[in-house]
Design a binder for this molecule. Structure first.
Ligand code: IPM
Ligand code: MN
Length: 357
């Protein structure tokens, strides 16, 4: 089985290196091939998603992705900016289902900005549609405003749209995932204002007829944002569109105290997937050896479970991560007095050591 390893920019290479050593420490051996992506792709081949990198990702059984982006590329034209790499991979590999768990590890309860009773035991999953919505809708651009009070001025515009197939397939993933978890699904929309999301809601209700054992509720996105900080434990699985999912998943991540702990999976219809930490490239701490590699290590575990059919190996990695947390090891982002502060490599090595304990 072949894994495409795309470290990217900022802290990407440091954290991916630790996930790779964890994978190398398993009994199972994987073929891994590395390629540049994001700013690194631009430097190497003049494009954030070089052709050879895309080809490698297409041929591999799974992709392990670090992070992309650096302020120094902000002035490039949009098509050459690092973010286009991840958007291009999602679209080209048809990774329409994005799974973003938000789990509070009991050892880290003090790291959350919310009261312990609000977040202790938190275990929710956001399923974000990833290849449609206003992110990819055409037409888009800047044009001369054709009508209304601002006619003749310049205006920026994007298009929000969802095809029935796109809604149906993400709804099926969501209902099936809810069946394997707590049996509850919240579909988040803005049906009170947007045609696209009234349609979304209608289709989700229709798909629900095939899953009578799942309790479905609908919630407007503004209310969902409020409930996520008010009573997050009321949720089990949340399904929503690309843009709402982008926003809500950052909020959900922070409930756990550290975005440095959260993995994510982006899957196609055949469970081929791209796995990446939920956090970004953090250029401010790049190269300092202090980034938390656990989100990437846990992403590798998700990869073993969802794409490579090695659930026991995934369990082993997750157990090893729990062990190092219980032993009190902390990177600076999750450090509290009374624990032991370690760097990126030390944390990765501790997980490797815990694998064979
Ligand atoms: C994410 C990121 C991306 C997104 C950016 C980097 C394009 O914020 O994965 O959530 O908006 O999807
Ligand atoms: Mn985001």
């Amino acid at each position: 089985m072949k894994i495409a390893v795309l470290p990217g920019d900022g802290i990407g290479p440091e954290i991916v290196a630790q996930a790779v050593s964890v994978l190398n420490a398993l009994d199972e051996k994987f073929e891994m091939e590395t390629a540049p992506v994001g700013g690194a792709g631009y430097e190497a081949a003049g494009h954030p998603l070089p052709e050879a990198t895309l080809k490698l990702a297409q041929e591999a059984d799974a992709v392990l992705f670090g992070a992309v982006g650096d302020w120094k590329y902000d002035t490039l034209e949009r098509a050459l900016r690092p973010e286009q790499a991840i958007l291009g991979l999602r679209k080209n590999l048809k990774l329409f289902a994005n799974l973003r768990p938000a789990i509070l590890y009991p050892e880290l309860a003090g790291a959350s900005t919310l009261k312990p009773e609000v977040v202790s035991g938190l275990d929710i999953l956001i399923i974000r549609e990833l290849t449609g919505d206003i992110y990819f809708g055409q037409p888009r651009g800047v044009r001369t405003c054709p009508d209304g009070p601002f006619q003749g001025e310049r205006e920026g515009f994007d298009t929000m749209r969802y095809a029935e197939t796109e809604i149906r397939r993400i709804a099926h993933v969501a209902f099936q995932t809810a069946q394997k978890r707590g049996g509850r699904l919240t579909s988040v929309d803005k049906a009170n204002v947007l045609e696209t999301f009234q349609f979304w809601k209608d289709i989700v209700i229709d798909v629900h007829r095939e899953y009578p054992d799942v309790a479905l509720e609908h919630m407007y996105v503004d209310n969902a944002a409020m409930q996520l900080v008010r009573a997050p434990k009321k949720f089990d699985v949340i399904v929503t569109g690309n843009m709402f999912g982008d926003i809500l998943s950052d909020a959900a991540a922070m409930l756990t105290g550290s975005i440095g702990m959260l993995p994510s999976a982006s899957l196609d219809a055949n469970n081929k997937g791209l796995y990446e930490p939920s956090h970004g490239s953090a250029p401010d701490i790049a190269g300092k050896g202090i980034a938390n590699p656990l989100a990437t290590i846990l992403s590798a575990a998700m990869m073993l479970r969802y794409s490579l059919n090695k659930a026991e190996q995934a369990d082993r990695i997750e157990a090893a991560v729990k062990k190092v947390l219980a032993a009190g090891l902390r990177t600076p982002d999750i450090y509290e007095p009374g624990t032991t502060k370690v760097g990126t490599a030390e944390m990765g090595q501790a997980v490797v050591a815990a694998l064979s304990e």
